[in-house]
Ligand binder design. Structure first.
Ligand SMILES: *Cc1c(COP(=O)(O)O)cnc(C)c1O
Length: 395
């Protein structure tokens, strides 16, 4: 396909994409090859915690690029040590394994669970996961996911991921047996449409895991690093996981993720886990820069204020246009449209002139909002005004 002067055929064709090419980003805005500006409420898929091209990340990248980029994962480097120490201190977990993507972090979590089963549960290997959950696109994390339409993909599937409905503790109890090693879930299911695990459910899972010596694995790839208004979503449930996966917002836009574990669960022996880019200083330096900003109490208070502001707008839109309400936590929110017009709204928003609006519809009846954690209040107002106009036309 030709898009003006650009030829797209050399890229593997794995997704339908609109006919535009982004060439620049600044804060809340993306700019395409024709110079059109788009107010961005997708932000790299909840990735750009500080917006597009923030000075903190540009400075961290530039400084680290001139000092040390890749000494090899066989050696310690100061940037990776700094990131690991920050993450351990901030999370209360003891050990950190930096990786490049959320899927890779979760894949490592599953490996830890299987090793845990080998060591302490007589070879148990099953990880109980949840309907509609999403954990990534490696073979194991696809099997761990409960995404509709994935059941028959790339068979045979990696075995060992029995599924329960979210928030159904009796169903989890029924799945627990001698082969169970761990329970793994998102505190808020992101791709499913911002569906929260309840506080009672998370606390009951913690108790159940303690009772049966199973690992509780939280996938905070989407909810972690300030997205929900606390540094980690688990703080809001007062439940500490044994193992946690971080990604997305941790890198603020660069490929950085992390597997974290309590000491007792960090049970890899030498040679059982690794990766060429694990602990890469260039990415680790960015992660530390992101945390130095996002972990500040006043920054997190700002996320909660922005979340409340967005929530008010969404509630008003829901009332005015007779939609089915809004939900979410902090700056991970969804508007339930009550009917399957999400895709059409996303397209109409992008086509707006002179400035487009980028929205995401993870389910046909839903819009999901994941702006930068420092999104200016007036950009939230501007988004809501544009969406108001679109909803008026959509009826
Ligand atoms: C995005 C996401 C992943 C996968 O992360 P990648 O970096 O795309 O591999 C895993 N879990 C959750 C909850 C996610 O939102």
């Amino acid at each position: 396909m030709k898009i003006d002067a650009y030829e797209t055929d050399a890229l593997m064709d794995v997704a339908a994409r609109p006919r535009l090419v982004f060439v620049q980003g600044e804060g809340s805005w993306l700019i395409d090859h024709r110079g059109k500006r788009y107010l961005d409420f997708v932000q790299g898929w909840a990735v750009n915690s500080l917006g597009h091209c923030p000075p903190e990340i540009a400075a961290a990248l530039a400084a680290q690029a001139q000092r040390l980029v890749s000494p090899s994962p066989a050696f310690f480097n100061d940037a990776a040590l700094g990131l690991a120490q920050r993450l351990a201190r901030l999370s209360g977990l003891d050990r950190v394994f930096p990786v490049s993507s959320g899927g890779e972090a979760n894949e490592g979590a599953v490996k830890l669970a299987r090793k845990w089963g080998q060591l302490h549960r007589d070879g148990a290997f099953e990880v109980i996961t949840f309907a509609d959950g999403f954990h990534g696109r490696t073979l194991a994390t696809m099997a761990a996911s409960g995404k509709a339409g994935w059941e028959k993909l790339f068979e045979p599937k990696v075995p060992g991921f029995p599924k329960a409905p979210l928030n159904d503790i009796d169903a989890v109890c029924e799945l627990i047996g001698p082969r169970t090693a761990a329970v793994m879930l998102e505190p808020i299911q992101g791709e499913a449409g911002v569906v929260p695990a309840t506080v009672e459910f998370l606390q009951a899972l913690r108790a159940l895991c303690d009772e049966h010596s199973l690992l509780l694995i939280l996938d905070e790839v989407q909810t972690g690093v300030g997205r929900t208004g606390s540094l980690f979503a688990f703080e809001q449930a007062d439940v500490v996981p044994d193992v946690m996966a971080l990604g997305k917002g941790l890198g603020g836009g660069v490929p950085l993720a992390a597997l974290l574990a309590k000491e007792k669960a960090a049970c890899f022996a030498h040679g059982e886990q690794g990766g060429t880019y694990c602990g890469n200083p260039l990415m680790a330096a960015v992660g530390s820069a992101v945390l130095d900003t996002v972990a500040q109490p006043q920054f997190l208070a700002g996320v909660r204020e922005r979340g409340a502001h967005l929530q008010q707008h969404l509630q008003r839109l829901s009332e005015r246009h007779q939609l089915a309400g809004e939900r979410g936590s902090g700056l991970l929110r969804a508007l339930d449209l009550g009917r399957p017009i999400g895709g059409a709204l996303v397209e109409a928003a992008r086509e707006l002139q002179p400035e487009g609006l980028l929205l995401n519809s993870p389910r046909p009846h839903l819009l999901r909002f994941m702006p930068a954690l420092n999104v200016p209040f007036e950009d939230v107002d501007r988004m809501a005004a544009q969406l108001d106009g679109l909803l008026a036309k959509a009826r």
